[in-house]
Ligand binder design. Structure first.
Ligand SMILES: Cc1cc2nc3c(=O)[nH]c(=O)nc-3n(C[C@H](O)[C@H](O)[C@H](O)COP(=O)(O)OP(=O)(O)OC[C@H]3O[C@@H](n4cnc5c(N)ncnc54)[C@H](O)[C@@H]3O)c2cc1C
Ligand code: SF4
Ligand code: SF4
Ligand code: SF4
Length: 385
C-alpha cells in the first residue's frame, strides 16, 4: 500500500495486494520494484524524482479494498448464473477451468465490441506472466491460465484514446484499472476472475520440494490447465491438482499480505465474474467455468461468444455453495480483526490462534521434509481461526 505522510510517499508491504498499478501511474518514472525472497515485489519511490502528485496513492487499491464489504444485496445483483465451457476441446483442455475467459476475450475483439483487451499473458521469464494489451490481430496470444504467484499485472497499463477496453483481472486489479482510467474517455468492460487469495512464491517452493525440483526459480511453472482440475507443472515434473490440493497448502498458507484485507472476491465492479464450479461438479468431468452475470455489458459479452461456448443455466443457491458464500462472510470478520476493529475477546483470541497455526504450518512445511502421511494428517486438521 502507498500513502503520503509529511509530503513524502511511503510503501507498506503489509497491505500491498501486488497489483502493480503504482508502477504504471507515476508520470515521472519515480517508482521501481524489486523482488524479495518470498516472491513478493517491493515498491521503491525515488524521493528526488517524485513530484508529489499522489497519482500512485490515489490509484492504489489497497486503500479502498477493506471498505468494500460484500453484502447480501451483492448476490441479488447477479442477474444470471451459468456453468459453461469452450466448444473447442483444445481451448477447454488447456484452460484453467472451461476456457470461458479466453473465448470471451477473442470474440469481443474479433466482433469489434472493444478495440483492445488488457489481460495476463504468458512470459518467458519469472514470474512467467505479465499484463498486456491484445488486439484483434494478436488475439491468439497465449492468455495465461490461473497464476498462483504475484504478478504485477497492472504495471503495463497506459493511457489510451476513447473507446471500449475489455479488462480481465482479480478484484483488486479491476479496482486498480478502474482508478487508472478514471476521468478518461476509456470505457471499461470488466471480467472478474474470482479470487479469495493469492499465494507468495513459497507455495510454489513447497510444491517444487514435493516434486523434487531444485532449480524451481529458473523453470516455468504452470498451475492449472491440462484438463480438469488440471495439473501443476514445475519444469518437466507434474502433479495432479487433486493431489496437490490434498496437501496442506490451503488454510490460507503463504498468502499475499494484502489478501488479508480483501473482502470482495467476486469483484464489486465487474460486468461478469468467472469462477471454478468447485463443489458442484466432480473431478471426472472436463473443465467448466461458472459465470456470474451482473450487467447488460456482461450479457452482451456472453452473447458474442454464444456460438463458441456451451452454456447451462444453474440455480443461484448452487452457485452460492460453489463460491462458499459462508466462507466469504467469515473472511470479512477476519478482515476486521486485521484492521484492529472492535471485536469480542473470544473472537479475537480465535483469530490469534489461527494466525499461530498458519505461521507454524508455514514453517513446518518449508523447513522439514515431512512424509506424505504427515502432510495428509495436517491437511485434515481443522482450521482454528
Ligand atoms: C489467484 C486466483 C485465485 C482464484 N481463486 C478462486 C477461488 O477461490 N474459487 C473459484 O471458484 N475460482 C477461483 N479462481 C478462478 C479460476 O481459477 C479460473 O480463473 C476461472 O474459473 C476462469 O477460468 P477459465 O478457464 O474460464 O479461464 P481461462 O480461459 O483459462 O483464462 C484465465 C484468465 O484469467 C487470467 N488470470 C490468470 N491468473 C491471473 C492472475 N493471477 N491475475 C489476473 N488474471 C489472471 C488470465 O489472464 C486469463 O484472462 C482463481 C483464479 C486466480 C488467478
Ligand atoms: S507522488 Fe506522483 S511523482 Fe511521486 S511517486 Fe507517486 S506518482 Fe510518482
Ligand atoms: S497495492 Fe498495488 S498500487 Fe498499491 S503499493 Fe501494492 S502494487 Fe502498488
Ligand atoms: S484476494 Fe483480493 S487482494 Fe488478494 S489477489 Fe485476490 S483480489 Fe487481490
Amino acid at each position: 500500500m502507498l500513502f503520503c505522510k509529511q509530503d513524502k510517499i511511503y510503501f507498506s508491504l503489509d497491505r500491498c495486494c501486488q497489483c502493480g498499478v503504482c508502477l504504471a501511474s507515476c508520470p515521472v518514472g519515480a517508482i521501481s520494484r524489486t523482488w524479495d525472497d518470498d516472491g513478493l515485489f517491493c515498491i521503491h519511490v525515488d524521493a528526488e524524482r517524485c513530484v508529489k502528485c499522489q497519482k500512485c496513492v490515489q490509484n492504489c487499491p489497497a486503500t479502498t479494498l477493506p471498505s468494500i464489504i460484500l453484502k447480501e444485496e451483492d448476490w441479488s445483483a447477479i442477474s444470471q448464473v451459468y456453468i459453461g465451457h469452450a466448444l473447442d476441446e483444445v481451448v477447454r483442455y488447456r484452460a484453467s477451468s472451461g476456457g470461458i475467459a479466453r473465448t470471451l476475450i477473442r470474440n469481443a475483439l474479433v466482433k469489434g465490441f472493444c478495440q483492445l483487451a488488457y489481460t495476463m499473458t504468458d512470459a518467458d521469464s519469472y514470474p512467467w506472466a505479465m499484463g498486456g494489451y491484445i488486439s484483434q490481430e494478436s488475439c491468439n496470444a497465449q492468455v495465461s491460465n490461473s497464476k498462483y504467484l504475484p504478478v504485477p499485472v497492472c504495471e503495463n497499463l497506459r493511457q489510451l484514446s476513447p473507446g471500449n477496453l475489455l479488462v480481465v483481472g482479480t478484484p483488486c486489479q479491476l479496482l486498480a484499472m478502474e482508478a487508472f482510467y478514471r476521468s478518461t474517455k476509456v470505457r471499461l468492460i470488466k471480467i472478474c476472475i474470482l479470487c479469495k487469495q493469492q499465494k507468495t512464491f513459497n507455495f510454489s517452493r513447497f510444491m517444487a520440494k514435493r516434486l523434487g525440483v531444485t532449480d524451481y526459480k529458473s523453470v516455468p511453472i504452470q498451475y492449472r490447465g491440462d484438463g480438469w482440475p488440471g495439473k501443476i507443472a514445475i519444469g518437466t515434473k507434474k502433479m495432479c491438482w487433486e493431489e496437490a490440493a490434498a496437501l496442506p497448502y490451503s488454510k490460507r498458507l503463504w498468502s499475499v499480505p494484502g489478501c488479508f484485507f480483501c473482502t470482495h472476491p467476486l469483484g464489486s465492479n465487474a460486468d461478469l465474474t468467472l469462477a471454478d464450479p468447485w463443489k458442484i461438479m466432480n473431478t471426472k468431468q472436463s473443465g467448466m467455468t461458472m459465470i456470474l452475470i451482473r450487467t447488460e455489458a456482461g450479457e452482451k459479452l456472453l452473447d458474442l461468444s454464444c456460438k463458441e461456448i456451451a452454456l447451462q443455466s444453474i440455480d443461484s443457491d448452487r452457485a452460492k455453495l460453489s463460491v462458499d458464500w459462508q466462507g466469504i462472510q467469515a473472511k470479512q470478520k477476519r478482515t476486521k480483526y486485521y484492521l484492529s476493529k472492535s471485536l469480542g475477546g473470544g473472537t479475537r483470541l480465535k483469530f490469534k490462534v489461527g494466525d499461530f497455526q498458519r505461521a507454524s504450518y508455514e514453517w513446518l512445511l518449508l523447513s522439514l521434509k515431512l512424509p506424505e502421511l504427515a502432510l495428509k494428517v495436517l491437511n485434515r486438521m481443522p482450521y482454528w481461526g
